[in-house]
Design a protein around this ligand. Structure first.
Ligand SMILES: [Zn+2]
Length: 246
């Protein structure tokens, strides 16, 4: 059984750049997991929530509903600070991610690129850095060794991919995405992606714009192979599990 883990920053990040890929690999029998680092309480669009705590609860429920549409094996929303991931202790967050990687034992890890995705959100960029460190350190006996006092063992994830795109959003601050090395054909999952995003009801003012953006890049989700198990030359791929061993 192959396993994919996606690390994101906010509830709703799981849909745009990753949703079709998650649906495709789930349909092919893989297990799919999402760790979302914040509950999205700093969002501009807040639905009927009266305060941050209420918005956290609303967005956790929306995330669960979207995971349901995406047929995710398991998903978690953590409690790190939305809009302030760069001020969290990276040691703490990376340790948390390393522990979860050692529990889930994914073959492939997906996250944002250092540019922060098409929106360039700083939380996305920081998520990229934290997930990259967790990818590197989960497999080392000398990192977070206190975790081995339990049943946990080190785990080497075989490939790390950054989500990337050939389509930039106009009228935004500039971003410099990583080049695409792997294109996943997700055309047949477009309507399910739209339905997954619509579970995020508090973000309803974004629906029209988001759907237009999704339909424009409906054919593929693009990724950049950032690191892998052993040295290799860069090549064009169409399968995240290419060269992955059970
Ligand atoms: Zn986000």
């Amino acid at each position: 059984m192959k396993r994919i883990l996606v690390v994101t920053a906010h509830p709703d990040d799981e849909v745009g750049g990753f949703g079709g890929t998650l649906l495709k690999y789930r349909a092919e029998g893989a297990e799919t997991y999402i760790i979302c680092l914040t509950a999205g309480e700093a969002a501009t669009h807040r639905g009927h929530a009266q305060d941050d705590e209420e918005l956290r609860e609303v967005r956790r429920a929306e995330f669960a509903a979207a995971c349901n549409v995406l047929k995710i094996s398991n998903g978690w929303v953590l409690d790190y600070k939305d809009g302030g991931l760069d001020r969290e202790s990276s040691y703490k967050v990376v340790g948390d991610l390393v522990k979860r990687i050692r529990e889930i034992r994914p073959h492939v890890l997906l996250t944002f690129g250092g540019e922060g995705g098409a929106t360039g959100h700083p939380d996305h960029s920081v998520t990229s850095q934290l997930a990259t460190l967790a990818f590197q350190w989960a497999g080392r006996r000398n990192r977070f060794a206190d975790q081995f006092w339990t049943e946990l063992k080190e785990h080497r994830v075989q490939k790390l991919y950054y989500q990337t795109s050939s389509l930039l959003i106009p009228d935004r601050e500039p971003v410099a995405p990583a080049p695409t090395t792997c294109e996943i054909d997700v055309a047949k999952y477009l309507e399910e992606k739209v339905r997954a995003f619509r579970q995020h009801s508090s973000q309803e003012p974004l629906f029209e714009h988001f759907e237009m953006y999704l339909r424009k890049r409906s054919q593929h989700e693009c990724f950049h192979l950032a690191a892998a198990y052993g040295p290799r030359k860069c090549e064009s791929e169409t399968d995240l599990f290419g060269g992955v061993e059970e």
